[in-house]
Design a protein around this ligand. Structure first.
Ligand code: NAD
Ligand code: TYD
Length: 354
């Protein structure tokens, strides 16, 4: 199988590359990434020589139609997985323009390129699949009860979520209007290695290690459903290989936690692992709430479990400890992604060679 995967230098995309190349020795993967502030080529530096032989990296924008046409012309892709996105809610609140450009228009450009390459006379080449990696945030916010199912109406409440919902609508339109064999996955909050330290868990780990305040928005009672990133990757692979075209699959961890409770557990593990007495709840600071902050997300993952046999394998306690250990062993990674040092290294050592 030959895949085009976008956003491979980001958090989930890089984990997906490792997951796929480790699991399938016959798989060949082309990774496309613009290397924005959130994308780091170094995230892919742990590929084994065999995996590296089956992987090629292209720096580029999913909005670059000429580049997409060139890639689809060079390679007979059987699958496309689109992770490329602007992904941080707080940045979208500050300025949504690039969210619309990448998440909505970029998805459209990719769909057009796949449709053009896979159309064959009146039909479609057999066995192709486009997977759009979306989010539970497109469903909006839940009250105290209930879960998002695939039938829940789309009701995004912040510009990031709205841009992802817009992309989902275009993917579904390409399926219904043209028959493009596309699936959408909508996942809850991921955690694990290689997550950019602006998101809750890696940000709190970094601040605590530096004895800096931990900013908890509002009362900290907002609820998220946390899923270990490799469990998400397994789900995406199943949808790619066996998902029914036109279908949406929700993916969740059955693991709801209030933000404040999550931060307390994180501090407990981090305190134990480091033996640092300064790491404790005294670092927590309640700060102004995020505008339009969604109160609760929770996923009903019954459909993907029933149809594709998927369920999360990583329990939160183990996953959190594993994640904290990774960040402790990779403290220089955190500083380098923040400073942009990895990007400068990429530009000096790789980009010039083409
Ligand atoms: P991320 O921000 O860590 O990575 C995004 C990657 O996309 C980066 O490598 C970036 O360089 C690349 N990119 C951005 N704009 C691009 C463009 N125009 N062309 C090519 N590449 C571009 O994001 P993530 O957390 O890995 O999320 C990946 C996908 O999963 C996103 O679509 C996101 O909406 C979705 N998702 C994330 C979560 C989560 O908890 N992180 C949960 C559900 C869904
Ligand atoms: P985040 O990791 O940004 O993911 P999302 O907004 O996609 O759910 O935030 C997770 C939760 O943590 C969310 O309720 C906002 C909250 N949060 C804080 O309280 N403080 C912070 O500094 C950040 C980044 C997030």
């Amino acid at each position: 199988m030959k895949l085009l995967v976008t956003g491979v230098a980001g958090f989930i995309g890089s984990n997906f590359v490792y997951h796929m190349l480790e699991g399938d020795p016959a798989l060949v993967l082309v990774g496309l990434d613009k290397l924005t502030y959130a994308g780091n080529y170094d995230n892919l530096s742990r590929l084994t020589p065999d995996q590296r032989d089956r992987f090629s990296f292209v720096r580029g924008d999913i909005n670059d139609r000429a580049l997409l046409a060139q890639l689809f012309g060079q390679h007979d892709f059987e699958g496309v997985v689109n992770f490329a996105a602007e992904s941080h809610v707080d940045r979208a609140i500050h300025d949504a323009q690039v969210f619309l450009t990448t998440n909505v228009l970029g998805t459209h450009a990719l769909l057009e390129a796949a449709a053009r390459a896979w159309r064959s006379g009146a039909g479609w080449l057999a066995g192709r699949r486009y997977v759009q990696v979306s989010t539970d945030e497109v469903y909006g916010s839940l009250g105290q009860q209930g879960f998002f199912s695939e039938r829940s109406p789309l009701a995004p409440r912040n510009p990031y979520a709205a841009s992802k919902a817009g992309a989902d609508h275009i993917v579904q339109a390409f399926h219904h209007t043209f028959g493009l064999p596309a699936c959408i996955t909508r996942c809850s909050n991921n955690y694990g290695p290689y997550q950019f330290p602006e998101k809750l868990i890696p940000l709190m780990i970094r601040n605590a290690l530096r004895h800096e305040p931990l900013p908890v928005y509002g009362d900290g009672r907002q609820i998220r459903d946390w899923l270990y990133v490799r469990d998400h990757c397994r789900a995406i692979e199943l949808v790619l290989r066996r998902g029914r075209p036109g279908e949406v699959y929700n993916i969740g961890g059955h693991n709801e936690l209030e933000n404040l409770e999550l931060v307390r557990r994180l501090l407990q593990v981090l305190g134990q692992r480091t033996g640092d007495p300064a790491i404790g709840e005294g670092l927590i600071r309640h700060v102004a709430d995020r505008p339009g902050h969604d109160r609760r997300y929770a996923i009903d993952a019954g459909k993907i479990q029933a149809e594709l046999g998927w369920e999360p394998l990583t329990r939160f306690e183990g996953g959190l400890t594993q994640t904290i250990d990774w960040y402790l062993s990779n403290r220089e990674w955190t500083e380098r992604v923040i400073s942009g040092e990895y990007l400068a290294f990429y530009e000096q050592n790789y980009a010039a060679r083409g």
